[in-house]
Design a protein around this ligand. Structure first.
Ligand code: FES
Length: 125
């Protein structure tokens, strides 16, 4: 059991470790993100968490970065390292790999990714 002091952290990275993402290299993506953060001496400003399924399995591997609310899909090891360098270190979201980004209007889709199933159902009569 670990309790980290998160004061001063600038980003929280959620790395999907659900079954679909793990079948598409989720462990390698997780390790690549953590290795790259350490290599760039960013362990004290970036917190990472493994998660279960984030509900976007067709886009495996899924990686999510807060506070931007940037949802990345089809993340492989190379893209994982790029997210750390461009987004976490330099503050430039990797636009072409986004599926959603959070704006003042809420989550907005990007890059024509799989739309998926509507969560709001029509009321039955
Ligand atoms: S297992 Fe990663 S989004 Fe479902």
């Amino acid at each position: 059991m670990t309790t980290w002091n998160l004061e001063g952290n600038q980003h929280h990275v959620l790395m999907c470790n659900g079954s679909s993402c793990m079948r598409k290299g989720g462990e390698e993506v997780t390790q690549a993100i953590r290795e790259e953060i350490t290599a760039r001496n960013m362990d004290e400003v970036v917190h990472t968490s493994r998660t279960r399924c984030n509900g976007r399995c067709k886009g495996a591997c899924v990686v999510i970065v807060y506070p931007e609310g940037a949802w990345y899909e089809e993340v492989d090891v190379d893209l994982a390292r790029k997210i750390v360098g461009e987004h976490l270190e330099n503050g430039q979201v990797v636009e072409h790999a986004l599926s959603y980004v959070t704006t003042e209007k809420g989550m907005e889709p990007r890059n024509n990714r799989t739309v998926g199933i509507d969560k709001v159902k029509e009321p039955s009569c």
